[in-house]
Design a protein around this ligand. Structure first.
Ligand SMILES: [Zn+2]
Length: 234
């Protein structure tokens, strides 16, 4: 059987059936799966996934948007490309994590502004990505939108950019071994992801400038103070 699950592994919330005695073990949160409490068996089959509660989804969403705001700031203002994979992962979880994408779960009517049709040099520049606020497109339409047109070769789409960076875990590790379209996706990502992140943030009603100030302030007052003196005065 290809779907056996072993005790003592971290597993998602769900119902697990002991393959030895068929007793059910239910986990309400992601946790280590204990051995069966009836027979001590340690091989299980997944019976049913338990949906995250509304409360858990909201909490996760808040965490991800805060992380995305920080990663946007560090990528854009501090030129720290190491945060691009963080942005890719945040965008993936919000938009393109199949049935579990957080943004449509919490904002079922979410739409993106449409990109300009008047792209130059076969590229939709980042600042043209949401050029038409009076025309709206669905999340899946946005993800499949072409960013770089490449004649009769496969275009670079938004989702391709996100997936390439998520899969390759960064834009530095891979330069030698990447295919041309992967390289193009990964190297463009740092220009597009912050723009996409800010668009989402604005559309869900968060003021980016205020939020980043608030986050930076929080980081600053929690800062480790090696001199052992007073907390920094801001
Ligand atoms: Zn058992």
């Amino acid at each position: 059987m290809g779907c056996e699950i072993y005790a003592n592994n971290m597993v998602p919330a769900g119902s697990y059936i002991c393959l030895n005695c068929k007793k059910e073990t239910v986990l309400h949160l992601k946790d280590y799966l204990p051995p069966c409490n009836a027979c001590g068996g340690d091989v299980f089959a997944l019976n049913a996934m338990i949906d995250l509660s509304e409360e858990e989804i909201k909490k996760k969403f808040t965490e991800i948007t805060e992380l995305m705001i920080m990663a946007t700031y560090f990528t854009e203002e501090m030129k720290m490309d190491g945060f691009v994979p963080v942005l890719a992962l945040n965008l993936k979880m919000l938009l393109a994590n199949d049935a579990e994408s957080l943004l449509p779960r919490l904002f079922p009517n979410f739409t993106f502004d449409k990109a300009t049709p008047n792209y130059k040099n076969n590229i939709v520049m980042p600042d043209e990505l949401f050029a038409l606020p009076f025309e709206q497109i669905r999340i899946d339409e946005f993800l499949n939108q072409t960013v770089v047109f490449r004649g009769n070769r496969e275009p670079i789409t938004v989702i391709k950019m996100i997936d390439t960076v998520v899969e390759k875990q960064g834009i530095h590790a891979i330069k030698e071994s990447m295919h041309e379209d992967e390289y193009l996706s990964a190297s463009s990502a740092k220009f597009y992801f912050p723009v996409i992140a800010k668009h989402i943030i604005r559309k869900i009603g968060i003021n980016y400038e205020e939020k980043i100030k608030e986050i930076l302030f929080k980081i600053q007052i929690k800062n480790f103070n090696p001199s052992g003196g007073e907390s920094p005065v801001i």
